[in-house]
Design a protein around this ligand. Structure first.
Ligand SMILES: NC(=O)c1ccc[n+]([C@@H]2O[C@H](COP(=O)([O-])OP(=O)(O)OC[C@H]3O[C@@H](n4cnc5c(N)ncnc54)[C@H](O)[C@@H]3O)[C@@H](O)[C@H]2O)c1
Length: 401
């Protein structure tokens, strides 16, 4: 069976690697650099081994392409493209739209089209299906389904095989074919009654995290004002064996999911006449953390950061990955610079970012830890400046959240 995966990023390449164990996979992406690297057997995604890509290429099971016509003849097409927010923090389906165009213009026969990109309830029924039909020159009846991706890049205990996967089709036929497709490489499939339930569940999973992270970030501010240690408080609450789930304070939320997905739910809620108050407040609290942190650092350093050499440690949005999408480090750096600090950053996993490069972990007046990779030595962090503010709770002896 020929399967085409539209988008060869975190989600698309991960799914391609697993699907290529069973099917002939065409990985379509608009980015020619990524495509040529993939065709040389080089993976750009943590968690997808280059060896797996090389093996699949040698076995004739995988090839990457920027040529849309290569998806012709696919029985299954999986959409795994970005679903960001626009400048007003509203859903931006530009990439979904362009993926639909490629599919509509190049499929030569009926296929099952599965969306793995995260989007609001109704996307597959009211957006993807009509858009593909609009762009199609031929009158081909495709099947449609949703199976939202839950991959957590960098995580080793949960992968495509053992992470429960939600799915639902627009028709019983689409549902059955979706089950058959994923059952070849996923052991835990969970069928739900409609695509909208699967789409809403995915958004709610990340909204749950976003709101709870905001809640502990607010608690961090309350605790500091009251002179109570927030992490000890959370550890204490965490001893309750039921009804409590521990989240940790941080500089904010990052990545492609937690800061973005809840706003997809808020938008669709608003259109249905319901105000998503928790999501709005959680966004405000999380986006406010960098300013709060910069304020704390300023207060602790004589009320001014003018001319101070500040080193931000860790600009990836989470430990042990190079992903800087929506990283809280960006706002932290912005606020520190606005306050007159001379800011550089250290993150050897990221290496270079926004035209700047990682600098050595030494010689600062102030060090601010935003993300702590396992490879970064705690003692070196403490030795890098006379004042260290740690937002992660991983640097013993530092000031922080
Ligand atoms: N990264 C995660 O951890 C994660 C987890 C679960 C769900 N998701 C969701 O999965 C979707 C994809 O996210 P990602 O992290 O893989 O994004 P990504 O940015 O890593 O990769 C997306 C790829 O799609 C390509 N692309 C964009 N438009 C295209 C088009 N029209 N045709 C072909 N390729 C196109 C881009 O060049 C890019 O390589 C998003 O909706 C995201 O919310 C991501």
């Amino acid at each position: 069976m020929k399967v085409s995966i539209i988008g060869q990023g975190y989600v698309g390449l991960t799914i391609s690697a697993f699907a290529a164990r069973h099917y002939e996979v065409v990985g379509f992406d608009l980015n020619s650099t990524i495509v040529s690297q993939l065709n040389m057997g080089i993976s750009h995604i943590e968690g997808v081994a280059s060896e797996d890509i090389k093996r699949a290429i040698l076995e004739g099971k995988y090839r990457a392409t920027i040529d849309g016509s290569e998806i012709a003849g696919s029985e299954i097409v999986v959409i795994a493209v970005p679903t960001p927010l626009d400048e007003k923090r509203k859903p931006d389906l530009f990439f979904i739209d362009s993926a639909c165009k490629v599919i509509a213009e190049n499929l030569t026969g009926p296929a099952l089209i599965i969306n793995e990109s995260t989007s609001f309830p109704g996307t597959i029924r009211n957006y993807i299906k009509p858009v593909i039909e609009k762009y199609s020159k031929q009158n081909i009846e495709h099947e449609y389904a949703i199976s939202p991706e839950r991959v957590d890049p960098g995580r080793e205990d949960f992968n495509q095989e053992n992470t429960p996967r939600l799915y639902a089709g627009l028709t019983p036929e689409a549902t059955a074919r979706t089950r058959e497709f994923y059952s070849s490489f996923c052991d835990n499939l969970v069928e739900v009654s409609s695509p909208e339930v699967a789409e809403a569940a995915k958004l709610f999973e990340n909204t749950f995290r976003q709101v709870n992270i905001a809640l502990v970030n607010e608690l961090a501010q309350i605790s500091h004002a009251l002179g109570i240690d927030v992490r000890e408080t959370l550890d204490a609450a965490g001893t309750k064996p039921y009804g409590f789930m521990k989240f940790a304070p941080s500089a904010g939320v990052g990545g492609h999911c937690i800061p973005v997905d809840p706003s997809y739910l808020a938008d669709v809620a608003e259109k249905a006449g319901v105000e998503a108050t928790f999501i709005k407040r959680a966004n405000e609290v999380n986006l406010g953390m960098p300013k709060y942190i910069a304020g704390r650092i300023e207060n602790d350093n004589g009320g001014s950061l003018k001319g101070k050499k500040v080193l931000v440690v860790g600009v990836a949005y989470k430990p042990n990955v190079a992903d800087v999408r929506e990283t809280a480090a960006e706002l932290v750096i912005q606020h520190l610079r606005n306050q007159g600090a001379v800011v550089s950053w250290h993150d050897e996993i990221v290496g270079s970012w926004k035209g700047e490069s990682s600098t050595p972990l030494q010689g600062a007046d102030i060090t601010v830890v935003v993300t702590k990779h396992d490879s970064v030595d705690e003692k070196k962090i403490l030795a890098s400046a006379p004042y260290v503010f740690d937002t992660t709770g991983k640097v013993q002896g530092a000031t922080g959240l």
